[in-house]
Design a protein around this ligand. Sequence first.
Ligand SMILES: Cc1cc2nc3c(=O)[nH]c(=O)nc-3n(C[C@H](O)[C@H](O)[C@H](O)COP(=O)(O)O)c2cc1C
Length: 150
Amino acid sequence: MRCLVIYQSVHHGNTEKIAKEIAKCLDADLKRVDEINKKDLTEYDLIGFGSGIYFLKHHKSLLEFVENLPKMNKKAFIFSTRGLGCYKFYHRALRKKLIEKGFKIVGEFSCKGYDTYGILKLIGGINKGRPNEQDLEKARKFAMRMKKVG
Ligand SMILES: Cc1cc2nc3c(=O)[nH]c(=O)nc-3n(C[C@H](O)[C@H](O)[C@H](O)COP(=O)(O)O)c2cc1C
């Protein structure tokens, strides 16, 4: 099974840490969304899509990338890091687009990430040090599950 992890991480590199950990466990290729051509996806059986959450959604570049894909019959998983709140809700826009493109969603993962956006900067941010070792361990366990279902 060939796996690819596509990500975007613009705030503190939080999602990049998770993306690297998942890719390592899956022995997957790892690409930032601006480094990948949609034609390259044909080589893979399982593809992970992830970014930080910005204004209740995944990063615009990732959503646009998926929007421009042709119909695919592949398995996918979704991941994110976020400041607070419920990831099932934050994943809705990306999940919907992936399903529209024919992907079968086999899993979703999210953890907290250091967040200094806006007013939070004044209090030194929230979730300092996250993702931490426990988050990375959960990401590894998630990746092992993806290996089985993928
Ligand atoms: C512009 C902006 C908007 C954000 N909006 C949200 C949000 O709606 N919900 C949330 O939980 N976190 C939000 N965050 C926090 C980020 O999701 C969090 O810090 C994430 O770990 C950033 O990932 P990154 O370092 O990979 O970019 C926002 C951060 C920024 C910079």
